[in-house]
Design a protein. Sequence first.
Length: 367
Amino acid sequence: MFNSFGNIFRLTSFGESHGKGIGGVIDGFPSGITIDEEFVQQELNRRRPGQSILTTPRKEADKVKILSGVFEGKTTGTPISMVVFNTNQRSGDYSEIAGYYRPGHADYTFDAKYGFRDYRGGGRSSARETIGRVAAGAIALKILDSLGITLHAYAKEIGGIAIDYEKFDLQAARENAFTMPDKEAAAKVEAYATQKIQEGDSIGGIIECVVEGMMPGIGEPVFDKLDASLGKAMLSIGAVKGFEIGSGFEAAKMTGSENNDSFVMKDGKLTKKTNHAGGVLGGMSDGSNIVFRAAVKPTPSISAVQDTVNKDGENIEISIKGRHDPMIVPRAVVVVEAMTALTLVDLIFENMTARLDGICAFYNRSK
């Protein structure tokens, strides 16, 4: 099992949902950057369970501990290791599922691959694994901030209820339980989600992410394209089943004259009239906003009766017990931001070797 993400700026994550703890180790982080547990904790708090009736009732403080790589509040250039210890496991809730395969989960595929699985809350395939990603993403955001790059994600749609861009209010996304930048849409989702909870069902949605301030030329022209790397990062999140950037699948319905973004000089700067490309051309950033979306499936753990098969090959009906989110989208928003930050920092670091004049300038040497 390979548990690392990134080439130069690399995260290796560890831990299981019902093990002793979950965390990550970051390699390739520069020295001298101010980091403290409080900042990382702020990001982790955004994905913490048990914050409303519309998330899993599992109560975890998710308190992070930085074990290495930081001295007197600054990074040392050595590996940064962080851990969150689990404190509210109720593994007994999952003992029943050891004998059958839950629809929509990785139970069967883990057995097929390894011949063994940790059935306690999904083990390594649990959404709780994303703690290491969010903690590392918080660290990566520090680098992006130093470069004047900002990003924000939000729920564009939940349960088929989409935001109205004419009512877009990013502050509203930070104030409602659904991270939707449209108060009216959030109210409709609350009513619909409440209904689905009563029915023992769940709902999915779409997360949109916007990156501002990205310099042009980041990404590779062939295999490590910026859009391909973002797609890999998003699809590595357990619940994400689709990815598109810019106009995405809508571009397939356009003509070339409609889809092409015309260039124009404005205030002495090259820019584009439109952004159907989503800020990426030829696998590299073009200096405009990077805009992409990730489709998130409904929570597969539902109490409604489902058909499945047990390990003896018998057809059975099940109703899943335990503590589960009726929707994944709100708590996945910060995970999308974290994976975006990790991807961008890694590609920015890779880009340092693209031009000799850049290397000479870095080392204050002339060609």
